[in-house]
Design a protein around this ligand. Structure first.
Ligand SMILES: [Zn+2]
Ligand SMILES: [Zn+2]
Length: 158
């Protein structure tokens, strides 16, 4: 039987000595979820955290979204959700201005992504993971050539 490209890529990932980074959320000890093995495309959060965040299974304390221990069987610690409700480029730190006001994001939360500041998906430390809107994210990727510096996914698999 011929292995799928995805299975080959997965094998190669581990053969090259990589391990999946941990979920970016403070208090969570799980591995991030893989979006697509073929390009070594990985997310910043684990499946449980994504599920809790998307389905609003959290409580808000001091402006932080906390996933309470036991709110999902697989969650054993209180977890603080890292993703923000606004584009973190509101202060133009990417070198250009976010076209949307910080206050307006509540109506467009689905247009906010988690992005790795340095373009390296394996570098999943909270300080390197930012919430950017799709507009800022695209522009940043173009300017910094994220796709070129994204080492793992640059491997030629085809
Ligand atoms: Zn998690
Ligand atoms: Zn933005």
């Amino acid at each position: 039987m011929v292995e799928t490209k995805s299975a080959q890529a997965k094998k190669q990932f581990y053969a090259d000595g990589h391990t999946l980074p941990k979920c970016v959320n403070d208090g969570c000890t799980k591995d991030v979820v893989v979006r697509e093995w073929k390009n070594w495309s990985i997310k910043s959060e684990c499946t449980s955290c994504i599920d809790c965040r998307k389905n609003k299974k959290y409580t808000i304390q001091n402006n932080k979204k906390i996933i309470k221990k036991g709110s999902k069987r697989s969650i054993i610690n209180d977890i603080i959700i890292h993703k923000k409700d606004f584009c973190e480029n509101f202060n133009s730190h990417l070198g250009f201005k976010c076209p949307v006001n910080k206050e307006e994001w509540s109506n467009f939360a689905e247009s906010l992504d988690l992005d790795h500041l340095d373009g390296d998906h394996m570098n999943n430390f909270p300080i390197n993971v930012k919430t950017y809107c799709k507009l800022c994210h695209n522009r940043k990727s173009k300017q910094t050539g994220d796709w070129n510096s994204n080492k793992p996914s640059r491997r030629k698999i085809d």
